[in-house]
Design a protein. Structure first.
Length: 566
């Protein structure tokens, strides 16, 4: 057996995963397969990257854990099992199998609790279970386990970003908390030695060179609709635009965006140092980060400065914490003058709204409220279920109880477990009032859901953005609530720019009253829907030419100011 173990070890070093699988699977007696051997077998299946291997790997890892439980090898196997289970859930496209995979995720939690009793704190174990809680939409538990890691001082930039981001979904943090916690990002990103970095040169050019960095220029991502606005409306005699992609896979949307700009570079395969030097060599005047702490961000690049001016926009509506992130684009509705000191960046105010949507493929039509046919009000929220916290659910349940025969349509933008939401309404005999919509195969079908909604209900404190633009495009009014910082005031800015201030609530009670009042005043509802339809394309939400003019004027002013201060 010792000889076989050495053989397996060498095969693994040689990355001969198929031979390892063949060798270990060839053992007739499963009892001879040790926990370590099964762990290597599962890892080989994962690394071989063959379809259906993940499910077999999951069984290998689980068996390896159950064989020993209290050993470090078993712990490693359990961590692998939990991560693979999450990966399988993410890759699943079958509606029928979703419930099965959700049960497997919940079984992972049970095994985690058992292992935690044996091993106590373990960073990899806690990270793996935080991934599970993200999938079952338990934001509080996600934050709890990430905070354990943070409190231990066991820091890495991915965990820090995730911890800060998930606190956006709760009312537990003030903006001062965001400001203070984002200092962890500045303190835990790599600062490369100047000797290893290409020097940033302020070369005199005929055109202003602006660049955008994102991992999300791909099909289905909301950022593309807002970025397209400024890429389709710029003076090519005055500006040169570059895209830096961090995409593993480029699709038709990526290809479309490449055609809108002067140059495109994919830095996905580059390490941070090489990516920094590549971008610096291109002599960019203004560099945009479109991710912040979200997505597959490359925030470490901005820590080391890519250009004389660096700006955060779109992807994350709050401070990044980086000293070298010079500006954050906002508008006067989102960050007040008295609050500018709670953001690490200087604030660049767009005059009306901080972003502008290029419009949807479906034509806006004057849809009558579904109430006309149903004779009952249908509320709706198509926001990510992470945004639906206990306070939001409590208000929604109260609204349904006070609007006779009303319904609520819910649809998450990403795959989530809705058991908790369903049970919450069932407690008040309102289970039949909730309609869960599954993932739609096309964006057109997704937009059609709004035709079944009379009134949209925004989430808080983390407001919807794209969903509110979608609802507006389809003529559906959105009840929103004022917040206390950038990401919690997006709904307020959207409704103000629509001239619908009466749909902006000052408190949870006001939110409830406004929703019930509009639901019980059908004529006012019809007037509001007509106003949205008639004025839609001329509002700042969709006036792409005016927004782009403001945007590029602001870039020119910002660059001039920078040059004058040199």
């Amino acid at each position: 057996m010792k000889k076989i173990k050495l053989q397996i070890k060498q095969l693994f070093l040689d990355k001969n995963y198929s031979e390892i699988i063949k060798l270990i699977d060839g053992f007739k007696d499963d009892s001879t397969k040790s926990s370590g051997m099964l762990n290597i077998l599962g890892a080989s299946r994962v690394l071989r990257n063959v379809k259906d291997d993940l499910s077999l790997a999951r069984i290998d890892f689980k068996t390896a854990y159950l064989k020993e439980k209290k050993t470090l090898i078993a712990l490693d196997a359990l961590i692998n099992m939990i991560n693979v289970t999450v990966d399988i859930f993410d890759l699943n496209k079958s509606k029928e199998k979703t419930e099965i995979y959700l049960d497997e995720l919940k079984n992972c939690i049970n095994l985690f609790e058992e292992a935690k009793n044996y091993f106590g704190y373990n960073k990899k174990l806690f990270l793996s279970v935080s991934r599970v809680y993200k999938r079952i939409a338990d934001v509080n538990k996600t934050i709890f386990f990430l905070k354990q890691i943070i409190d231990k001082g066991d820091l890495d930039i991915s965990t820090i970003c995730s911890y800060i981001y998930y606190n956006c979904f709760t009312n537990n943090w003030s903006q001062n908390d965001f400001f203070n916690n984002t200092k962890l990002i500045e303190n835990n990103t790599t600062n490369y030695d100047d000797q290893n970095l290409t020097k940033i040169l302020n070369l005199k050019k005929n055109k202003i060179k602006i660049a955008f960095l994102s991992s999300d220029i791909k099909s289905g991502h909301s950022i593309t609709y807002f970025l397209k606005t400024v890429l389709k409306n710029y003076d090519k005699e005055k500006f040169e635009i570059c895209l830096y992609l961090n995409n593993k896979i480029e699709d038709e949307v990526t290809i479309y965006f490449k055609k809108l700009v002067t140059d495109t570079f994919n830095i996905f395969k580059l390490n941070d140092l090489d990516a920094i030097n590549l971008i610096r060599s291109h002599s960019i005047d203004i560099m945009f980060d479109l991710m912040g702490i979200t997505s597959s961000n490359r925030i470490n690049l901005f820590k080391n400065r890519l250009s004389p001016i660096q700006i955060a926009w779109l992807g994350y509506c709050n401070t990044t914490g980086l000293n070298n992130m010079d500006y954050l684009i906002s508008d006067p509705n989102l960050i007040y003058e008295s609050e500018k000191n709670l953001y690490h960046e200087k604030i660049l105010f767009m005059p009306k709204i901080w972003n502008c949507h290029c419009g949807f493929s479906v034509e806006p039509t004057k849809n009558p409220p579904p109430y006309d046919n149903n004779k009952f009000i249908t509320f709706g929220s198509l926001n990510n279920f992470n945004k639906i916290n206990l306070e939001v659910l409590t208000i929604w349940r109260k609204i349904l109880k006070n609007v006779k025969n009303s319904k609520l349509i819910l649809k998450s933008s990403i795959k989530k477990d809705f058991t908790f939401i369903r049970d919450f309404f069932a407690d008040e005999n309102l289970a039949d009032s909730i309609i869960f919509k599954e993932f739609m195969s096309t964006h057109m079908k997704h937009m059609d859901v709004y035709k079944d909604i009379d009134i949209a209900l925004d989430t808080f404190p983390y407001n919807g953005v794209t969903t509110s633009f979608e609802a507006t495009w389809m003529g559906v009014p959105v009840i929103t609530m004022k917040g206390y910082n950038f990401h919690s005031r997006c709904g307020e800015s959207i409704n103000k720019n629509l001239g619908l201030n009466y749909l902006i609530s000052n408190s949870q009670d006001d939110y409830f009253n406004k929703a019930v009042h509009l639901a019980n005043n059908i004529e006012k509802l019809k007037i509001t829907r007509n106003k949205i339809f008639e004025e839609l394309t001329t509002t700042p939400l969709f006036d792409t030419k005016q927004f782009s003019e403001y945007f590029y004027n602001l870039m020119q002013e910002t660059l001039n100011k920078s040059l004058n201060n040199q």
